[in-house]
Write a protein that binds this ligand. Structure first.
Ligand code: NAD
Length: 668
């Protein structure tokens, strides 16, 4: 039995005990109804305290049931049964009351929570809306303003905020069970509040719904948030039963939607990413201190990411002037976080205090882990690693943040090849969630395990990548940009291509994004390859860089910028520069443009998969979502491709899929 009932005087304590997080499985739902029947039938019971055993009250729906049809008893009936019980129920919450767990708590007459509890409705993050009264009871408890924030925002709140907005009645100090029992006894002596289903709710102010809808539409994160808003609106306009019916119908419809399937796919991919099966049972090495070499864009960001986990960090630069710049870079990043209220002033001081900047490589002698982020030049990197090899402890892990270079070449000839690994961060490194982990053939399993443990500690999504130019993400980026240039050559307008990708759900199109990051970085990389005698095709971007159009920072790139913060304006100079290269092909709709470009990403992804550079298609999806702005609610390029299938794919691409992609599509 997952649900037990025991009596403490006239109060029943109903405990849900279904590890790990008391998810609302079918059995558990039935047992909750049984407990309500039993408590109602027992004349000695005056009130019921509902608690969760273990880590949480009730963390939410059972994710293992996501892909099956819902089975009775359905959650709305469970909540209604608790709400209409003859005795008042008190939810005594710890850990988490999320989604369905929060809805069960709303069926109770009172809610008290222990410190450290998270409460809320993350449903929209999985492409659905609450399905058991969350959108109907919440506004009756906290009003529409707060309910809209909670339900459409999807972000849980802590107990303090929950108390402040009226989502819970009290915060339990000390033992939760005792606090709940005392609360129940005190409540019995007072007039009972009516159940939420029976309460009226004040309508929001004029214009409220339009404002909320505009705000959400601007976020552009798929349909679920807007549909949740529509449910809340129905709760304002219709009676309780009609609003409940509307919410349930929306929930069931969205549950079967592409968007929900995509978000579930990403959810499971993320969960799997942090624990690769081949590392099971392998102990990571402890990391107590870290070093970073290079205090530029990436080094400063990596140092900050490490500092935020509390690790002391030594930052090595090549000379005093560069060291001063490195410290400034770090300070600027911390200052930016203070400005955005992400850290307090004292926390900022603490972050700075734990960083020491040096030009002495010996200062890295004690570090457990050193991450190199110097110029993307093989000679410079080889020199750094040779010197690190000389001063670092033999058990220290040495990592490179290279974007394109072969890590094997960087460390060739050095001692103990087992301790090297690629750790490819994304800019800004203290913000971006993706971490590509690139093992060398000799990398020790425990070094790899340590890299994954580090990713978890940093709050990153780790993806293992094999060695090839650009690893997973930058290799797909290159294909994506080339495909965008192809469309341009065929006559599509720069602004139309960017708009199409925004329409698909990216924050920026490929050309805007290049202008933001700077066109010169990839250009220099191509020039380097050309100088080394590699065959590198001339790109349209090369033409722009050669006349000094390097992006926003030069006021000109694919677009013109009156100033760096100004909106991009189509450029007549670019039109002239590229006139000889672009043709007058048939005009394409935004959808056709997006379909083509996303198909090209999937094409490259399929090649990456076939070559074993990525372990699984879902890893490629994670790379694109967490490193390159692919809309999460579309599930990533591989998921998207598998949903579209081979036939539509051929239409999107304008040619049959490659053998690698065809194999992937038929396997899916
Ligand atoms: P950057 O030019 O901003 O910084 C490089 C820093 O390394 C400079 O501060 C320089 O003084 C320092 N440096 C150079 N030689 C050194 C030496 N011998 N010892 C100590 N310090 C030295 O470059 P960045 O953009 O931070 O890139 C660094 C690395 O990260 C490159 O390998 C790059 O490919 C990779 N990377 C960059 C990005 C990005 O978006 N910028 C993203 C991922 C990875």
């Amino acid at each position: 039995m997952a649900v037990t009932l025991e009596k403490d005087g006239s109060i029943a304590v109903v405990t849900v005990d279904s590890p790990p997080v008391n998810a609302l499985s079918r059995d558990l739902r039935q047992e909750l109804i049984d407990a309500a029947e039993a408590a109602d039938a027992d004349p000695d019971i005056e009130a019921v305290v509902l608690m969760g055993a273990g880590r949480a009250f009730i963390a939410g729906a059972d994710v293992s049931e996501f892909d099956r049809l819902p089975e009775p008893p359905h959650l709305p009936d469970v909540v209604a049964r608790i709400e209409t019980a003859k005795k008042p129920w008190i939810a005594a919450i710890h850990g988490a009351a999320l989604g369905g767990g929060m809805e069960v708590a709303l069926g109770c007459r009172f809610r008290i929570a222990a410190p450290g509890t998270r409460l809320g409705f993350p449903e929209v993050a999985l492409g659905v809306v609450p399905g058991a009264g969350g959108t109907v009871r919440t506004p009756r408890l906290v009003g529409f303003d707060k309910a809209v924030a909670l339900v459409t925002g999807g972000k849980p709140v802590g107990e303090e905020e929950a108390k402040a907005i009226g989502l819970i009645d009290a915060i339990a100090e000390g033992d939760l069970r005792q606090a709940a029992l005392s609360f129940a006894r005190a409540a019995l002596g007072k007039p009972m509040p009516s159940p939420l289903a029976a309460r009226d709710v004040a309508a929001p102010h004029e214009g409220f719904w339009v404002e909320a809808e505009t705000r959400l539409a601007k976020r552009g994160e798929g349909a679920a948030r807007l549909r949740a808003l529509a449910c809340l609106k129905r709760a304002a306009e219709a009676d309780f039963a009609a609003a409940m019916a509307h919410e349930r119908a929306t929930f069931l419809e969205l549950r079967a939607s592409d968007e929900a399937a995509a978000l579930r796919h990403v959810f499971f991919a993320e969960r799997a990413a942090s624990r690769p099966p081949e590392l099971k049972g392998i102990e990571p090495r402890p990391i107590r201190s870290a070093g970073v070499v290079g205090g530029g864009t990436m080094g400063a960001g990596i140092a900050l990411a490490l500092r935020r986990t509390g690790l002391p960090v030594v930052l090595l630069e090549r000379d005093e002037a560069a060291a001063a710049r490195g410290l400034d870079n770090f300070r600027d990043l911390v200052g930016g976080m203070v400005k955005r209220a992400l850290v307090s002033e004292p926390e900022a001081d603490e972050l700075l205090a734990g960083l020491s900047v040096t030009t002495e490589i010996r200062a890295l002698g004690d570090a457990d882990l050193v991450i190199e982020a110097v110029f993307e030049e093989i000679g410079v990197k080889r020199d750094v690693f040779a010197r690190l090899d000389g001063v670092c402890r033999p058990d220290a892990i040495l990592a490179t943040n290279t974007s394109y270079l072969d890590p094997r070449r960087i460390v060739a000839g050095l001692g103990d090849p087992e301790r090297y690994v690629g750790l490819h961060f994304f800019s800004p490194a203290h913000v971006m969630k993706l971490l590509e982990i690139v093992p060398l053939p000799e990398t020790a399993p425990e070094v790899l395990a340590t890299a994954f443990a580090l990713a978890a500690r940093l709050g990153k999504v780790p993806v293992k990548a094999g060695i090839c130019e650009g690893f997973i993400g930058n290799r797909i980026l290159k294909r994506y940009r080339a495909a965008a240039e192809d469309l341009l050559r065929q006559g599509a307008a720069i602004a139309d291509i960017d708009a199409a990708m925004r329409g698909f759900g990216f924050r920026m199109g490929p050309f805007e994004a290049q202008d933001m990051g700077g066109l010169d970085i990839a250009y220099l990389q191509r020039e380097g390859a050309r100088a080394a005698g590699e065959p590198v095709l001339e790109t349209l971007a090369d033409i722009l860089v050669r006349v000094g159009r390097k992006g926003r920072k030069t006021g000109a790139g694919w677009y013109d910028y009156a100033e760096s913060a100004a909106a991009p304006t189509p450029s007549s100079e670019v039109g002239e520069l590229l006139a000889a290269h672009v043709g007058g092909g048939p005009s394409l709709s935004g959808e056709a443009i997006a379909a083509r470009l996303v198909s090209e990403m999937a094409e490259e992804g399929a090649a990456i998969l076939a070559e074993g550079i990525a372990v699984a298609a879902k890893d490629i999806d994670l790379v694109e979502i967490h490193g390159y702005g692919f809309p999460r609610w579309r599930g990533g390029p591989m998921f998207h491709a598998s949903r579209r299938g081979a036939k539509r794919f051929a239409d999107d691409l304008g040619r049959p899929p490659s053998p690698a992609l065809a194999a992937f599509l038929s396997a899916g």
